[in-house]
Structure formats: C-alpha cells, structure tokens
Design a protein around this ligand. Structure first.
Ligand code: ADP
Ligand code: MG
Length: 239
C-alpha cells in the first residue's frame, strides 16, 4: 500500500502561496529526492510532511489515515536538518540515546540500540567523546544516528550535506546511500538543490519549481525524457 499520499496540498503564508496543489504518492522503502532551486518550496514541503508546518488546504495520508492534524511524533517520522544541533555537554552515546531516554526506555535497551546505530554509522570508537571533539562529518553522523535510533518508518533529510566540505559531502552521501540499503523498509525523503546528489541517491526524483511539481520520475527518465525545458536544464540533460 502507498505509504504517504498528498492530495492537492497547498501552503500559504498570509497572502503568499508557497506550494500549489501538490499531488504525490510515495511507496514504503522508496528513496525520494525533492530537488529544485533555492526558494522553490522544498523545505516547506518536507516540513509539512513532518508535521512541523500546517497544510493550508488538501489532504495528507499516512498508511491510508489522514494525518493533517497529527503531531510529528504520532506520524513515526524523524528528520535530520541542515544544521545539526547536538547537545554540547552530552557524549555521543548520550546524544544518540537521548530521545529513547525521554521516551522512558530502560537503560539496557537504550545502550543496545545506541550500539547498533553506532556500528551502522561507524561511530563505535567515538561514543564517549563530546561533539566538540568530533569532525563535521562525524557530528552529522551523530545527528543521523539520533534520528535512526527511534526506528522511524519515514526519514526526512533537509540538505544534510550542505554544511560539509566537498570531500566530506561525497563520503557522507555514500554513507546515506548505504544506510538506505541497510534499512530496506524505511522510506527516505531527501531535499537538495544539488542535481548530482539527486541523481545518485534517488529511486525517484520530484522536481520542484516555484511551489509546483514539474516532474516526478526515476533519475534516468528525467534525464532521457524531461517533461519541459526547466527539467531539462535543471537535470542537465541534452534536450
Ligand atoms: P527551499 O527550501 O526550496 O529553498 P523554502 O521552502 O524554504 O524553499 O521556501 C519557499 C518560499 O517560502 C520562499 O520564498 C520563502 O521565503 C517562503 N517561506 C518559507 N517559510 C516562510 C514563512 N514562515 N513565512 C513566509 N514565507 C516563508
Ligand atoms: Mg530549504
């Protein structure tokens, strides 16, 4: 069954319409990338899916149920932001486990979950360090670990690599692809303005422009059969 459905979803801020009639269906386990120029509404759309931003009109469903007014935690969604704010006074272990601690999980269960995530993200030798003792890429992996540990069914990323230098960007992108391969049932929705990231990570790409969807398709489809000139130029296909 379709996991996430948006039907004619719009977003207005005062008199400004930021998203116009968004229709989208996402299957469980897909890696979806929202791509488009700065200001086109990618973050707003992602925040609406997360439940951090109200939908102005339209219907959003999760596993068939309408979630327009559900809180982020009810939706089983976790989000990794561009600026990863870790708790500076907590170790990596405590940072990753904090959400489970808040949820009242017992110590042994938290420790086991944190270990598992640390193995997945190659953080096992850094668990007792403080964030300031880590590199930028390691910090971003901790931020990802904090989200994964809660075992979300949908994982949202908003430009997670944009604060990293070029080499780290590639390495972390590869890590995210591996992570998706290791979590086959987990849906990932990933926002970027970088076409290369979109083409290499996505099962399907959603091209946004001015608050509208221009095209949805597999990377090769967009490249070979762009729906219009905007998509062709943005994806860099020869059309
Ligand atoms: P992107 O992530 O693609 O760069 P955003 O979703 O952040 O784009 O923003 C889309 C548009 O909505 C921009 O024009 C932005 O200025 C506007 N916008 C975003 N948040 C708000 C807000 N809270 N109030 C008014 N306008 C907003
Ligand atoms: Mg944005």
């Amino acid at each position: 069954m379709t996991q996430l459905t948006l039907e004619s979803c719009t977003k207005t801020f005062g008199a400004l319409t930021i998203l116009h009639g968004i229709d989208l269906e996402i299957e469980p386990g897909e890696f979806i990338v929202f791509v488009g120029p700065s200001g086109c509404g990618k973050s707003t759309l992602l925040r609406m899916i997360a439940g951090l931003e109200e939908i102005s009109t339209g219907v959003m469903r999760f596993d068939g149920r309408i979630v327009n007014t559900e809180t982020p935690s009810d939706r089983g969604i976790a989000m990794v932001f561009q600026s990863y704010a870790l708790y500076p006074h907590m170790s990596v272990r405590e940072n990753i486990g904090f959400g489970l601690k808040l949820a009242g999980q017992p110590r042994a269960a938290i420790d086991a979950a944190v270990e598992k995530v640390a193995v997945m993200l190659q953080l096992t030798s850094y668990l007792d360090r403080l964030p300031k003792q880590l590199s930028g890429g390691q910090r971003q992996r901790v931020a990802i670990g904090r989200a994964i540990v809660r075992n979300p069914s949908v994982f949202l990323f908003d430009e997670p690599l944009s604060n990293l230098d070029a080499a780290l960007r590639v390495a972390t992108r590869v890590e995210i692809a591996k992570l998706h391969a290791r979590m086959p049932g987990t849906t990932m929705i990933y926002v970027t303005h970088d076409q290369v990231e979109a083409m290499t990570l996505a099962d399907r790409i959603v091209v946004l422009n001015g608050g509208r969807i221009e095209q949805v398709g597999k990377p090769l489809e967009l490249y070979e059969k762009p729906a219009n000139l905007f998509v062709a130029r943005f994806i860099g296909s020869p059309a």
